[in-house]
Design a protein around this ligand. Structure first.
Ligand code: ZN
Ligand code: ZN
Length: 471
């Protein structure tokens, strides 16, 4: 996942006419409380993640498994009873990983556990390692000081429930290689953006600034980074890193969409979803098989009601989140083109693992009229251990582009304490998911989506131009 910060600039040049505050009828609240208990006892979410991670396995965007995942998602939506199932194309550059290895040379020769960063070119980088404690320390190095050398940023991410330190760890990954090139480096390595102590490196996308010639860029596992730091402290240390990976043309995948048709306002949709792609090292269970399972199960449970919800429930399995929110941008662009932003009633993406949800809020460019409805939803979520946190949160990665175009969003914050032990590693596998925690997520998404669909009044979605999300 990528955390999005986006400034709602140019907030409404003119004040809009204040409608009556949005409300949710009592009958719907009672129905949602029943749905909540039903979802807690239901294992559909677990079965969906189990199916995806077992039958498709790793599903790197643009790989053969990407196509199988699309077919899997279409079939799963149909099997779960969704009224409409369709796909929307998403085209992006295709990156492949073939092989990767690194070793320390000389007196202390030994192998290092590394993985190429997504977007890295192929090549062999051999040279002395120069260690930096942070991205800022690398930026402060004199120009040209890394000529013929390999830059090594040794930043250790801190564990927390919110996972907020990924803001720094992720930046070391996305910005580090370009800064290293500016100082003359012929290669880039980093301590993984992770909180585990296992010998599994964490991959993830990086980018090279325009005008720079990309260099091989990789992440070391946390214990390998510590090993390398000890060697560097003993004296000049040379390594050789050989990566076979790189960009190869473009690929068209699909956002796969399943919808439960609303009974009164079918064109207005509550959007929930996760991303269908994963990195290739594990089986993409917590990132983001869990999000797919949680939201498909929530849509399924709402679809089983005797009376359909007032608005439609749209579940989206987004294509290629990992390499740049490609599915999220494509979905938003298609809605803008069709002038459908006001029909996107509210949107939420589950993309922070499978830990329990602990906080909830909604937002938009103009949230004032929907605060009471948000508090009503929060009251039905409270028995799940979820707190209402007005004025906090933001949209998940793939619904960020929609929010930037004026769509309202909901925030269902997951406990990410162990998320960065697993994130983008070979350890991201099904056994790490607690079925009870997953069911709590399904219950929360079911309650939220159902009540948002039943609301009388809006959550603030309206077409507008705001500053687009930073990638
Ligand atoms: Zn990810
Ligand atoms: Zn993700």
């Amino acid at each position: 996942m990528r955390r999005l910060t986006f400034a709602i600039a140019a907030v409404l040049a003119c004040a809009s006419v204040q409608a009556a505050p949005t409300r949710i009828p009592e009958q719907a609240l009672a129905r949602a409380a029943e749905l909540r208990e039903q979802a807690l006892a239901d294992d559909t979410g677990w079965k969906v993640v189990e199916s995806l991670t077992t039958e498709v396995g790793p599903r790197l965007a643009g790989s053969e498994a990407d196509a199988r995942a699309v077919e899997w998602a279409k079939a799963k939506f149909r099997a779960l009873g969704f009224d409409r199932v369709w796909t929307e194309p998403v085209t992006f550059p295709k990156w492949e990983r073939r092989s990767e290895q690194a070793q320390v040379l000389g007196a202390h020769a030994q192998p290092l556990a590394i993985t190429a960063l997504g977007g890295s070119p192929a090549g062999t980088a051999e040279g002395e390692v120069v260690r930096f404690e942070s991205l800022d320390a690398l930026k402060a190095a004199p120009a040209g000081s890394l000529a013929g050398k390999i830059a090594f940023i040794d930043y250790q991410m801190t564990r927390s429930r919110s996972g907020e330190d990924y803001g720094i760890g992720g930046t070391v990954r996305s910005r580090g290689p370009s800064e290293a090139i500016r100082k003359g480096a012929l290669g880039y390595i980093m301590r993984s953006a992770g909180t585990d102590s296992h010998r599994v490196p964490h991959t993830g996308i990086t980018r090279f600034d325009e005008g720079l010639t990309p260099v091989p860029s990789a992440a070391l596992s946390v214990p390998d980074a510590e090993q390398l730091a000890r060697l560097v402290a003993r004296g000049p240390t040379r390594i050789r890193m050989t990566l076979d990976c790189g960009w190869d043309g473009s690929y068209t995948s699909q956002n796969v969409i399943g919808e439960i048709t609303g009974r009164e306002l079918p064109k207005e949709v509550v959007v929930i979803g996760g991303h269908l792609d994963s990195w290739d090292l594990g089986t993409g269970a917590v990132d983001d098989g869990a999000g797919i399972g949680i939201t498909m199960a929530a849509g399924h449970l709402i679809g089983q009601l005797r009376q359909a919800p007032r608005r439609s429930i749209r579940v989206i399995a987004f294509a290629n989140e990992e390499q740049g929110l490609h599915g999220g941008f494509a979905y938003a662009a298609a809605r803008v083109k069709a002038r459908e932003i006001p029909l996107q009633h509210i949107a939420a993406e589950s993309d922070f693992g499978a830990g329990r949800i602990y906080a909830f809020n909604t937002g938009s460019g103009n949230p004032a009229g929907s605060r009471e409805a948000t508090a009503q939803i929060a009251r039905i979520l409270a028995p799940l251990g979820i707190e209402y946190r007005p004025d906090q949160g933001g949209p998940g990665p793939d619904v960020g582009p929609l929010a930037a175009k004026g769509g309202a969003w909901a925030w269902l914050a997951q406990d990410g304490t162990d998320y960065f032990d697993l994130h983008h590693t070979a350890d991201d596998t099904l056994d790490k998911i607690d079925p009870k925690a997953l069911a709590q997520n399904v219950a929360a998404y079911t309650v939220f989506a159902y009540l948002a669909a039943e609301s009388e009044g809006s959550f603030g979605s309206e077409a507008r131009d705001v500053v687009p999300p930073k990638e």
